[in-house]
Design a protein around this ligand. Structure first.
Ligand SMILES: *Cc1c(COP(=O)(O)O)cnc(C)c1O
Length: 246
């Protein structure tokens, strides 16, 4: 990484503005194909590995939602950017021992995939006097063995109703919807169609759980085609993270 890459200089600002314009075009086209309005889709800018100065540029460019996947990185960045009024999404795997820290800054946690996690996060949210939005993360490929990059997380679709019930019953948390990462192999559209069905099942019982967090830089068109309301976009906005991907 060069100094310029991490700088908040004019070059970086222009680069991010160009990326954002290209991203909006892709989303507009995907929405038009799907017969949806672009206002139905929120971009969560995933800023992991990128500095707080980039978060600031994104906020000035109209981004309202940012995502992080590691608490060690997210906590100080959120504190540094507290003046920006952004919504912070925690999109990484959540560990019970990190629940206390995450409950302090996260507005939405995308990765609830087991009931034990629900009670620790709920307890910490109540302790902070906060209400944390929660998405049940769905494993769209539950038969797959964890790959070289480790498990992607998520509840088996059969276990999603139980996790959803636990979140809905937990004071301090609100059940806002579902999230998934497309499996590394196979057609993302087919995977997102399965997520769409799981999301509909959750909404049948909890009509306010309307968020479908699906789609990243490489597969956002497929996600928009299957009802995604939130796209988690990193590289398409901020360029390559290099090899130190969290
Ligand atoms: C990093 C990350 C993203 C963003 O991925 P890009 O391919 O860079 O857009 C989305 N979701 C999760 C859970 C991530 O960890």
């Amino acid at each position: 990484m060069t100094a310029e890459h991490y700088g908040a200089g004019q070059g970086r600002r222009e680069r991010i503005a160009a990326n954002l314009a290209a991203l909006r075009k892709r989303i507009d086209a995907a929405c038009s194909t799907a017969g949806r309005g672009p206002e139905e889709v929120t971009v969560v800018a995933v800023t992991k590995t990128f500095p707080a100065s980039d978060v600031r540029i994104l906020a000035e460019s109209g981004i309202t939602d940012v995502g992080e996947n590691r608490d060690q990185e997210a906590a100080p960045k959120a504190a540094e950017c507290a003046d920006l009024g952004l919504r912070w999404h925690f999109v990484g795997q959540l560990q019970t021992r990190k629940a206390g820290s995450v409950a302090r800054y996260a507005d939405v946690v995308h990765s609830l995939d087991r009931t034990r996690l629900v009670s620790s996060l709920g307890k910490r949210a109540r302790g902070e006097g906060r209400r944390v939005g929660c998405l049940v993360q769905v494993d769209l490929d539950p038969e797959a063995r964890p790959g070289a990059l480790g498990p992607r997380g998520g509840a088996d679709p059969r276990d999603v109703p139980a996790v959803a019930d636990a979140v809905a019953a937990e004071e301090g948390l609100s059940l806002d919807g579902v999230m998934a990462v497309a499996p590394r192999e196979g057609d993302p559209a087919e995977a997102f169609a399965r997520l769409e069905a799981v999301a509909a099942g959750v909404r049948d019982r909890y009509p306010r759980a309307r968020i479908v967090s699906a789609g990243m830089s490489g597969d956002l068109e497929a996600a928009v085609g299957h009802g995604a309301t939130h796209l988690r976009v990193g590289t398409a906005l901020l360029d390559d993270r290099g090899t130190n991907v969290g």
